[in-house]
Design a protein around this ligand. Structure first.
Ligand SMILES: [Zn+2]
Length: 467
């Protein structure tokens, strides 16, 4: 099967190349060529094609890409809930298969054709099983190291069976894991996972009351501060939070303190040590390491930059950091040779776990972010495209550079993740996406390995193939 994706604005993924009116030629599962303007099957303006006038016949199907950006399939190097294995660095119970499928399709429909699962306790067969749920190029990270396991068991561990506990990072890398990650998490390091899962659960068990992630955060911050330090405890602040939640009678401040500390602290120190251990293992195995970066762990990530190896500081726009702190941390990380990732979380849409996208947009605008991923946002994550479209809409980066943050640069950052993807060029896998230039949130087509996606979601549009 041969396709001509013709007449669009082709953004190759290398961070600098934009080819107006070019044609991507797809043969079988690969890109056979990228033809410059004037040499493909469509050279006129959209109006002439609609009237059917003057196009020469070609040997293959033509997809009219005029008015569209044609970009490489996006590569998301930080996703959760995409395998049938344990969830998060806390080794929580796996999601039901239907939910995993929903997550994979949510990525795919928004043009993400390669997904790296950073639920690092999954076993190879639990990753393989998920590959049958959606036509995504799905890869896995590993966090099978002794201290990561210990931190997981202290925070949760309910999804970890005997085989997860006996697995090693060495064996996982042999079996295809492309990096270590996610090392540390909001669950083990007192972050978002504590806010949307563990602290609300503890409050529910103690009082029978439901609290939201924002309310759990307020309580946690009053008890432990933004940097997870028991010395930050302020009884008056805890009182105020409990009163505002209507919990003042049900939960005395000292008890709330104990509840939060018991939820957050046991895994916290171990979680930091697990990051140190993982960097050693990553250096030894020659694979990158993805480290959970937030207010409590930022300094440790910086410290680890001196150990060698390739480090990716995950979601440096984490909302435990003030925007200025995040920018400052990113500058220091970059100076130390660490790649800076920013994550969408649910900051654009649901805003259930993350109040807004200001930090991400500011960091991209100031040029201190290297990569864009999604993370999980409590399951309500905004796909990479949502951030990319907003960056383009506001003109925060040049088009080619913005696209590279979710394509070529990601492929370069983690060599095993998508060695034949991330760029539109001869011999690469034919994963590509058509976005409307007048509204880049609108996906006109997703092609995976040379096949236009048939599985469409609520926002997907059908492929138009002129006859
Ligand atoms: Zn994460």
């Amino acid at each position: 099967m041969r396709w001509f994706v013709a007449g669009g604005t082709v953004v190759t993924g290398d961070g600098c190349t934009v080819l107006e009116g070019a044609t991507v030629v797809v043969e079988g599962v690969l890109i056979a060529d990228v033809l410059p303007a004037g040499t493909g099957p469509i050279s006129g303006r959209p109006e002439s094609a609609r009237s059917g006038a003057g196009e020469a016949p070609v040997d293959g199907q033509v997809i009219d890409a005029r008015g569209c950006y044609v970009i490489p399939g996006l590569i998301n190097h930080h996703a959760h809930g995409c395998t049938l294995g344990p969830l998060f660095a806390s080794g929580a119970k796996p999601l039901p298969e239907e939910e995993v499928r929903r997550n994979l399709l949510r990525h795919l429909e928004a043009g993400t054709t390669t997904v790296l699962s950073v639920d690092g306790f999954a076993l190879p067969e639990e990753v393989e099983a998920a590959r049958h749920l959606a036509p995504v190029n799905l890869k896995t990270a590993t966090c099978h190291t002794p201290l990561s396991l210990k931190a997981a068991l202290m925070a949760d561990g309910s999804g970890l069976g005997p085989r997860h506990r006996l697995q090693t990072a060495e064996k996982m890398v042999e079996a295809g894991a492309v990096c270590l990650g996610e090392i540390g998490s909001g669950h083990t390091l007192g972050g978002g996972g504590q806010e949307y899962l563990y602290i609300p659960r503890a409050v529910r068990e103690r009082t029978g009351r439901e609290i939201s992630p924002a309310e759990a955060r307020a309580l946690k911050t009053a008890v432990l501060g933004r940097h997870i330090d028991p010395r930050s405890y302020r009884e008056a602040a805890v009182h105020d939070v409990l009163a505002a939640l209507g919990l003042a009678d049900a939960l005395p401040a000292e008890e709330a303190r104990r509840l939060v500390e018991e939820s957050v602290l046991p895994s916290f120190q171990v979680g930091l040590d697990a990051m140190r251990e993982a960097v050693e293992v990553g250096v030894r195995l020659g694979v990158p390491v993805i480290l959970h970066t937030a207010a409590p762990s930022g300094e440790v990530v910086l410290e680890l930059s001196r150990r060698g190896g390739r480090l990716i500081a995950a979601h440096c726009n984490h909302d435990s950091l003030l925007v200025d702190e995040a920018v400052e941390l990113a500058l220091r990380l970059r100076a130390a040779g660490v790649l800076v990732d920013v994550a969408t979380f649910d900051a654009f849409g649901a805003r259930h776990t993350t109040p807004g996208p200001e930090a991400l947009l500011e960091m991209v605008a100031r040029g201190v972010a290297d990569l864009i991923s999604t993370d999980y946002g409590g399951g309500l994550f905004d796909p990479q495209l949502v951030a990319l479209a907003e960056v383009l809409r506001r003109g925060l980066r040049p088009l080619a550079e913005a696209v590279a943050m979710a394509t070529g640069r990601v492929a370069d950052a983690i060599p095993g993740l998508a060695p034949d993807r991330g760029y539109l060029g001869r011999g690469r896998a034919a994963d590509l996406v058509l976005l409307r230039q007048d509204d880049p949130t609108r996906v006109e087509m997703v092609m995976v390995r040379g096949r236009p996606l048939e599985e469409r979601g609520p926002h997907g549009r059908s492929v138009s193939v002129p006859r």
